[in-house]
Design a protein around this ligand. Sequence first.
Ligand SMILES: [Ca+2]
Ligand SMILES: [Ca+2]
Ligand SMILES: [Ca+2]
Length: 233
Amino acid sequence: MESVSYDRFTTPEAEINHMGQKLLYDSGRQNRKMYILYGVLVLYVFILTLAVGIKISQVSQDVADLRLSPKTFEAPQTLQFEHAHFSERVMPVQGPCQENWVFYKDSCYFQSLTKKKWQSAEKNCVEKGSHLAVVNDLAELDFLSSIVKLSESYWIGLVEKEEGEWTWVDGTDYSTTEHLWDVGQPDDWDVRVNGEDCGQLHARITEERRRLWNDADCTLSYPYICEGKPKSH
Ligand SMILES: [Ca+2]
Ligand SMILES: [Ca+2]
Ligand SMILES: [Ca+2]
């Protein structure tokens, strides 16, 4: 009987014992879950740290590469710096050209004493049987740099028909000539309403400086340079 009553009715101590075991079991499961969660979290943090570490090392490598090869980074500046100096000056001669014109290679050049807007300047050159100067190469630019006044900018035959589409007045393909823009030009500086769509030889402060190109507002008046072929008599 005792054993039956023991089986059917548990004593309070046994009940407590049983609950204790259940609690222990539950808390064990809870702990395992926590451990798994903790493990996943640690793994996630580890992967994240690894990824950030790889990225930082890539960026450091890129910075180191840039430091080691500054030429690649500064190529456009270097090119303009080389173009900014010239030593050989060409003495202007009249040659087969008309009076007040100077001869260089196979062209005659006229340097205006008056200032005109770009359009009027080109019109005036055409009336003289020429056009605004077309700078075909660096040698021609150096020649023009040597004949003009130091502190003036001069219109040349470079005009922007559409923004970004520069053309030469004599039909020379702009893409085939050297692009001898001054540092930071063309900048289409739009402090005035018209923007800047006409090319000029930029004024210089010192003799040693080559005149590079600037884009300027076509409606401003500047002196200009005409270029034409020698007239056969
Ligand atoms: Ca030319
Ligand atoms: Ca422009
Ligand atoms: Ca400009």
